[in-house]
Design a protein around this ligand. Structure first.
Ligand SMILES: Nc1ncnc2c1ncn2[C@@H]1O[C@H](COP(=O)(O)OP(=O)(O)O)[C@@H](O)[C@H]1O
Ligand SMILES: N[C@@H](CCOP(=O)(O)O)C(=O)O
Length: 293
């Protein structure tokens, strides 16, 4: 059985903990019944011993599998990871979502995507990464009485994401602690109005509005200060044709959305200016988690 899951970019500026979209950068796992437990890793995280010995995917998979079947069986897990860890591209959501989907699928149980999403909430209580990881596309999501309420929209082929990935990681948990405990009414109204405008821009495909609507007062400035070069990435991206440029999730990646036509030149310019960062030109993913038996 093969399961794949896309990277995600959350917040999109003002939509802290509620907006997110999926990118065509994927983690895949092949799971086979085996006499012994074994793990092989290729790609991102393959030199990290924790991922081999105490893998979050394996522990979530086992929790669900054991609960579902009451059986003790062994598996071989072959991971092919494209999503960098702790860079704000939803690596932890990808693991959570794909582990849950895998545990059911290997027993031949077909689980609705909404069910996977609600089970994933037990591991990540903000729905902005897990929703696009499950559903693909652009998503607006909130949690009501332990259920994710969301609206999903397909991303068009005419746009690309140019992501700039620094070589320094930022843990989501730690970076959430760096945010203010309280916000003023002005900041709350600011983010409410910009997040609403940004959502309307995505839903109506008014791409010229993205630049105006993607401003934020809740988290970016606090987080980007930890890596001041990110302000320069944002400035250059906007000058060189990005429709919007925001911190991806809790960072350290910057997400730049642009037209297909502008994407190569934008990526080249960012590579030239920031040779020590990784720059990828990606399509959007519109499918989300995928199980192939
Ligand atoms: N491919 C993976 N396999 C196992 N665990 C992973 C993998 N990717 C991420 N993780 C776990 O998720 C953590 C990163 O989560 P987090 O700090 O939320 O960053 P991100 O922004 O990438 O989601 C890692 O430290 C690791 O524990
Ligand atoms: N809304 C969350 C999103 C975290 O995304 P990640 O990809 O960095 O895990 C936040 O801003 O903390």
């Amino acid at each position: 059985m093969r399961v794949s899951v896309p990277a995600t970019s959350a917040n999109l500026g003002p939509g802290f903990d509620c907006l997110g979209l999926a990118l065509n950068l994927k983690n895949q796992v092949i799971i086979k019944p085996s006499k012994f437990h074994s793990v092989s890793l290729k790609g991102e995280g393959s030199n990290n011993p924790v991922l081999k010995d105490n893998n979050m995917f394996v522990s979530i998979f086992n929790d669900f599998y054991n609960n579902l079947t009451q059986k003790r069986r062994f598996f071989r897990f072959e991971f092919f990871n494209e999503i960098p860890l702790s860079r704000g591209l939803g690596s932890s959501s990808a693991v959570i979502v794909s582990a849950i989907a895998s545990a059911y699928a290997i027993e031949g149980i077909k689980l609705e995507k909404e069910k996977i999403l609600n089970l994933a909430l037990a591991y990540e209580n903000h729905p902005d990464n897990i929703t696009p990881a499950v559903m693909g596309g652009f998503n607006v999501a909130t949690v009501q009485e332990n259920e994710v309420k969301f609206i999903n929209k397909t991303m068009p082929r005419g746009l690309k994401a140019v992501v700039v990935i620094p070589n320094r990681s930022i843990s989501t948990q730690l970076s959430r602690k760096a945010l203010p405990f309280k916000y003023s009414k002005e900041d709350a109204v600011f983010n409410l109005s910009y997040s609403s405008l940004l959502t309307a821009a995505f839903m109506s495909e008014n791409w010229d509005m993205l630049k105006h609507a993607s401003q934020d007062m809740f988290h970016q400035k606090y987080r980007m200060k930890l890596m001041p070069e990110l302000f320069e990435v944002q400035k250059i991206a906007l000058q060189k044709g990005a429709l919007m440029s925001t911190l991806s999730g809790s960072g350290s990646t910057m997400l730049n959305i642009c037209s297909n036509e502008d994407s190569v030149a934008l990526a080249e310019k960012l590579k030239e200016k920031f040779p020590h960062f990784r720059v990828l030109c990606l399509d959007f993913d519109n499918f989300g988690v995928k199980v192939e038996l």
